[in-house]
Design a protein. Structure first.
Length: 484
C-alpha cells in the first residue's frame, strides 16, 4: 500500500469505530422509543422526515458534495457554497411550510401538518452548518465529526426517549430530531476555524451551481431509488408487511452506514486531493476498494448468515420475519459499498453527469422490478432490490475503470481472496447455526462471531497473506497512536 495509505487507513478505521457508536445509539433510540410510541406517530414522522430529506438532497447535500469533490477548495469556494446553501435552505423551508397543509390533506393525516412545520427548523439547521461539516471533512478532521455525531445523538436521543416514556408521542420524535440537528450545528460552528463571509465572486457561485445541478438530480433519483421499495411494499402488501421490510432495511442501513459511510468520507477527500496524478489515483482507488472489502465482505456475509439471532436480539422473536429479508439485503449492501467508490471517481474527474445517468437508471430499474415482483411477497421485494443492484453495478464499474485505465480483471483479482474467505465463513456459520439454537440468540452470537472471524482470517491468510499483514500493521499503528 502507498505511504499515505496508512494515514488514510487510520482515519478510516477511527471513523468506522466512531460511526459504529453513533449508529448503534441511533438504533437503540429507535428500538426504545418504538415501545412507547404508536405506529401512526412513527408513520407521520417518517413522512415528515422524508419531506426534509428531499429538500436536504435537492438544496444542501449537492452543494456540499460539489465542494468535497474539488481538489483544493479556497475560502471563496466555501463562501460561495455557504451562501448558496443558506439561501436555498431558507427558500426550501418556506416552501415546505406553505405546502404542509395541502400535503396533510392529501395524505388524510392532520398530524402531518404540525410535524412538517417543526421539521422546517431541521432544514434550516442543515443549511446553516453543512459547509462547516464539509470543511472539516476536507481537512481530514474525522475525529471531530465523529464526536459531533456521538454527542448530539446521545443528547437528542436521551430527550426523545424521556419524552416518549412520559407520553409525548409524536412530539418526542420531533424534539429528538430538532435537538440533535440544532446541537450539531452549534458544535460545528464552534470547532471550525473557517468562518463564512461575502468574500466570493459570481464565477465561484456559478461554478458550484453548474456542478451541483447534476448532483441534485442524482440525489432526487437516489431518494426515489431508496424509498420506492418501502412505498410499493406498502401499496401492494399492506402496512404490516411494509413495517417488516422497513425494519430490515433500517438494520441494513445502520450496518451500511457504519461500514461504508465512514470509509466513503475519507476516500472522497483523499482521492480528490490526488486527482491530478492518474497513477496515484488508480493505486489509491484500488487500495480503498481492498480496504473496504476486507471489512465489509466478512461483515455482510456474517450478518446474512446470522440474521436470525441478530434480529432476535435487536427486535425480539415476534419480528422473526425480518431475518430472511435482512439476509437478502446484505448482498446488495456489499455491492453498494464498492459502487460508492466508483461513483466518487465520476465526481472527482468532473464528470457528474455519469452519476446522473446511473442514478436515473437505478431509480427506473428499481421501480420496474418492484412493480413486477412486489405483489408476490416481501421476499420478492428484497430480491427485486438485489437484482437491480447486480444488473447495474458491472456497467458502472466498467465505466469508472475505463476512465482510470484500470483492468476489471486486476480489480477483481485484488478483492477475490477477501470475497472467497468471507463466502466460506458465511457458509460455515449458516450451516453451524442450527446446532447453536439451543444456546439462545445471545450465546449463539457470542460463539459464532469469534469463530467466524478466526475462520475468515485463516482462509484470508492462505489466499492472500499480504492483506492479513496489512490489517495487523493498521491495528498496531492505530494502537500506538491511541496510547501515545
Amino acid at each position: 500500500m502507498s505511504s499515505s495509505g496508512h494515514h488514510v487507513g487510520r482515519n478510516a478505521l477511527w471513523s468506522v469505530l466512531n460511526q459504529t457508536a453513533g449508529q448503534m445509539m441511533v438504533l437503540v433510540v429507535f428500538l426504545v422509543t418504538a415501545r412507547f410510541i404508536s405506529q401512526e406517530d412513527f408513520g407521520t414522522m417518517a413522512i415528515a422526515m422524508l419531506v426534509a430529506e428531499i429538500m436536504r438532497q435537492l438544496t444542501i447535500e449537492s452543494v456540499g458534495l460539489s465542494l468535497m469533490a474539488r481538489p483544493s477548495p479556497q475560502d471563496q469556494d466555501y463562501n460561495a457554497g455557504f451562501l448558496i446553501i443558506l439561501f436555498s435552505s431558507i427558500a426550501g423551508a418556506v416552501l415546505v411550510f406553505l405546502g404542509a397543509s395541502p400535503l396533510a390533506q392529501l395524505m388524510g393525516n392532520p398530524s402531518l401538518e404540525h410535524a412538517i412545520h417543526w421539521i422546517c427548523l431541521i432544514i434550516l439547521t442543515f443549511g446553516a452548518s453543512k459547509t462547516h461539516e464539509t470543511w472539516l471533512a476536507k481537512t481530514m478532521q474525522f475525529k471531530t465529526l465523529a464526536l459531533r455525531s456521538i454527542i448530539c445523538i446521545a443528547i437528542g436521543g436521551g430527550v426523545g426517549i424521556t419524552m416518549a416514556v412520559h407520553g409525548f408521542g409524536l412530539m418526542s420524535l420531533i424534539a429528538q430530531q430538532i435537538i440533535t440537528t440544532l446541537l450539531g450545528a452549534v458544535f460545528l460552528w464552534s470547532v471550525t476555524k473557517w468562518r463564512p463571509s461575502f468574500d466570493t465572486t459570481k464565477e465561484h457561485i456559478f461554478s458550484i451551481l453548474k456542478f451541483s445541478r447534476y448532483l441534485s438530480f442524482n440525489s432526487t433519483a437516489n431518494l426515489i431509488n431508496a424509498q420506492s421499495d418501502v412505498f410499493l411494499s406498502a401499496y401492494f402488501l399492506g402496512a404490516a408487511p411494509a413495517g417488516i421490510y422497513n425494519a430490515a432495511k433500517r438494520l441494513i442501513l445502520s450496518a451500511n452506514l457504519v461500514m461504508t459511510s465512514a470509509i466513503g468520507q475519507v476516500s472522497m477527500s483523499a482521492l480528490s486531493n490526488i486527482s491530478q496524478d492518474k497513477e496515484k489515483l488508480r493505486q489509491s482507488y484500488l487500495d480503498f476498494n481492498l480496504f473496504t472489502c476486507l471489512f465489509t465482505a466478512p461483515a455482510f456475509f456474517g450478518l446474512a448468515a446470522l440474521s436470525v439471532p441478530v434480529v432476535g436480539i435487536l427486535l425480539g422473536d415476534k419480528w422473526s420475519d425480518v431475518a430472511p429479508i435482512l439476509s437478502i439485503l446484505c448482498f446488495p449492501a456489499l455491492i453498494i459499498s464498492f459502487g460508492q467508490l466508483s461513483s466518487q471517481i465520476f465526481l472527482i474527474i468532473n464528470k457528474p453527469y455519469y452519476s446522473s445517468v446511473f442514478a436515473a437508471l437505478n431509480a427506473i430499474t428499481n421501480i420496474l422490478l418492484l412493480v413486477v415482483l412486489a405483489s408476490f411477497g416481501l421476499t420478492y421485494v428484497a430480491v427485486a432490490f438485489a437484482l437491480k443492484t447486480i444488473l447495474l453495478f458491472p456497467i458502472q464499474l466498467t465505466l469508472a475503470h475505463r476512465i482510470l485505465g484500470l483492468s476489471n480483471l486486476l480489480y477483481f483479482k485484488k478483492l477475490l481472496p477477501s470475497l472467497m474467505s468471507s463466502c466460506i465463513m458465511g457458509g460455515a456459520l449458516y450451516f453451524a447455526l442450527p446446532f447453536l439454537e439451543n444456546f439462545g440468540h445471545t450465546l449463539s452470537i457470542l460463539i459464532a462471531t469469534p469463530c467466524g472471524a478466526a475462520l475468515y482470517f485463516f482462509f484470508l491468510y492462505l489466499l492472500d497473506r499480504s492483506s492479513v499483514l496489512m490489517l495487523v500493521s493498521f491495528a498496531k499503528d492505530h494502537f500506538r497512536k491511541g496510547t501515545a
